[in-house]
Each structure stands twice: as C-alpha cells, then as structure tokens.
Design a protein around this ligand. Structure first.
Ligand code: HEM
Length: 290
C-alpha cells in the first residue's frame, strides 16, 4: 500500500498560511511562534510547503531522533540531495550518525576545552582593547563598536584566516539567507556577495590557513585520516558559517536586553562574575537567528 493511499486516514496537521521569512515575521517573530505553538504540535507552512514544530517537546524529538528526522537533505529549506543542489553538503551538520559520530569526535578534538582555554588570553586581550576604545567614545553603537569590533577581529584569528571584516558581514548575510527560501532577500544577498564568491572559495583552501588556527588543524586532521579526503575545505566553511553570525547575534541580543532592563544591568555591573549567566540567559531569551 502506498503512503499516498494511506495518508487521507492520517490526521493532518493544521495549515498556516503565514510566511516565516517575511519582513514582518523576521522583525518580530514572537506572534508567529505563539500561533505555531497554539495551532498544534506540528503545523504545515503553506507558502513554502514544509512541516514545522514550535513546541519544546517536539523540537527536542526532531533535533535528536535522527532515525526519523534526517539532516542529510540539508539544514536549510532546499533539499541538497536533489540534482542541481546549490552547494555541497556540510560534512558535519548535514550528515546523520553513524557518519556524524566519527566526524563529531574529530571536530571535538580540534575544539577541545584545552584548545579553547589556550585561546582565552587572545579573546581577553581583544575584549580589553574593544572596551577601552568604546570607553573613549561619547556614544557607543553596541553592534558596530562592541560586537562587530570584537567578533570580526577575533573569529578570523581563531580560524586562522585573513578576512576583512566587511567581507565577513557579506558572507554571513549570504550564509544565513541561503538557508531560507529563494526570495528577494536571498537575491539581494547573492548580488552583494557575487563579486567576492570566488575569493571566498579560495580562502577555504589549505594554503590560506595561518599557522596555529583551527583551519590548519582541520587540514591536519584530514591528513591523519580523521576526516574524509577532500572535506577539510568544507569543514572550514562550516566553521565560518557557524561561528560568526551566531556569536554576534548572541552578544547583540544580550546587550540589547541589558539595555532594556537597566536593573539587570546594574546587578551585572555590581557583580561582573555573573556575566556568563547573563549571556546564557540572553541566548535563552532570544535565540541567535539572522
Ligand atoms: C552563541 C553562539 C552559537 C550558537 C547559538 C550556536 C548554535 C548552534 C546550533 C543550534 C547548532 C546545531 C546543533 C544540532 O544540530 O544539534 C550548532 C552546531 C554547530 N556549531 Fe554552533 N553555535 C554558536 C557558536 C558556534 C561557534 C563559535 C562555532 C565554532 C567555533 C560553532 C560551531 C558549530 C559546529 C561545528 C556545529 C555542528 C555540530 C555537529 O553537528 O555536531 N558554533 N551550533
């Protein structure tokens, strides 16, 4: 019996005729999230033809039950398994176990707490510089003067790649928009990025990795057989995509929330040791998204 013949008897999820990628929803997604949660455990998003889960329990199942919910089709809307896929799959985020398990272990060795601890001094020095420069300003733009100044300076150094900050913003915008539908926003991002796409592909290659960065360690891991031959550039690309906009949005949302809640900011100023909790709480309140 075919699935098509059986499907009319299955309960059908509520259909939402709302575009989650519209400017209105992206600017203020919370009413849409409420609608999704109230409608049911699973909804069908009509404008783009996909199913979505908005409640905590179901989101946990979809994120962890890889036997039923694969990521092999891609973490974005378009199915990268289909002919004409617009990019090769990420060797870490777009593979399921058991393949994912080995790749993840190799990446964890590269990103181990000991390695991250060694980078801490560099993070702290740069943070001091950014803070000092911000103190010299009469008015501080949190995104430009703190977040971009910090992340766009430290992240390429961590990765071990030389990338001008303005180009990181362009590739970041493209990366996030490529996960959504082929809409006007994606077309604008593509147009902006088009002149630097060849340059971007070049920056992921072995000879561009600076000594001591994660990129160099990724190529070494490929040489030692920990990663599939030829996948190192794609791992560097995944790091690129994973580490910039997420951290900028995370710090940005946290600063924004502190600015809106002066009494919380005062608690933090009196006891800066609470900063870690404040950041965790910040990204819990407002998940980094583009
Ligand atoms: C606040 C900042 C960040 C947030 C909110 C964030 C969020 C996420 C999320 C939601 C996933 C998907 C997890 C899953 O599929 O189960 C992920 C995966 C990943 N992230 Fe991040 N991330 C952040 C920063 C970073 C940074 C700085 C890096 C790199 C230095 C990074 C590297 C990765 C990698 C490699 C994966 C794939 C892991 C795997 O599939 O095993 N992320 N991240």
């Amino acid at each position: 019996m075919s699935v098509a013949a059986a499907s009319p008897r299955l309960p059908q999820p509520p259909v939402l005729d709302i575009d989650p990628f519209s400017d209105a929803v992206l600017t203020d997604p919370y009413p849409f999230f409420d609608t999704m949660r109230e409608a049911g455990p699973v909804v069908f998003i009509k404008p783009h033809g996909f199913y979505a889960v908005g409640r905590y329990d179901e989101a946990g199942i979809v994120a962890s039950d890889y036997a039923r919910f694969t990521t092999a089709g891609g973490v974005g809307l378009s199915d990268i398994r289909k002919p004409g896929a617009w990019r090769p799959k990420s060797p870490i985020t777009e593979v399921d176990p058991p393949e994912h398990t080995g790749v993840r272990a190799a990446l964890q060795a590269i990103l181990s707490p000991a390695v991250v601890r060694r980078m801490r001094e560099m993070f702290e020095q740069e943070a001091e510089l950014v803070a000092e420069r911000a103190l010299d300003l009469r008015e501080v733009d949190g995104v430009r003067d703190i977040i971009e100044a910090f992340v766009l300076s430290v992240f390429p150094r961590v990765l071990g790649i030389e990338v001008p900050p303005e180009r990181l913003i362009i590739t970041g915008e493209l990366n996030f928009n490529q996960l959504g539908p082929n809409n006007e926003r994606l077309q604008r991002a593509l147009k902006r990025a088009e002149p630097i796409l060849d340059w971007y592909a070049e920056q992921l290659k072995r000879d561009k990795m600076l000594p001591g960065g994660f990129g160099e360690r990724i190529y070494q891991a490929e040489d030692s057989g920990a990663f599939a031959p030829g996948s190192a550039a794609l791992h560097v690309r995944s790091f690129f995509r994973a580490g910039v906009d997420t951290t900028m949005a995370g710090i940005g949302f946290t600063l924004n929330q502190l600015a809106r809640a002066p009494e919380q900011f005062a608690i933090l100023r009196d006891d800066p040791a609470k900063i870690r909790n404040a950041f965790d709480e910040g990204i819990r309140h407002e998940s980094p998204r583009s």
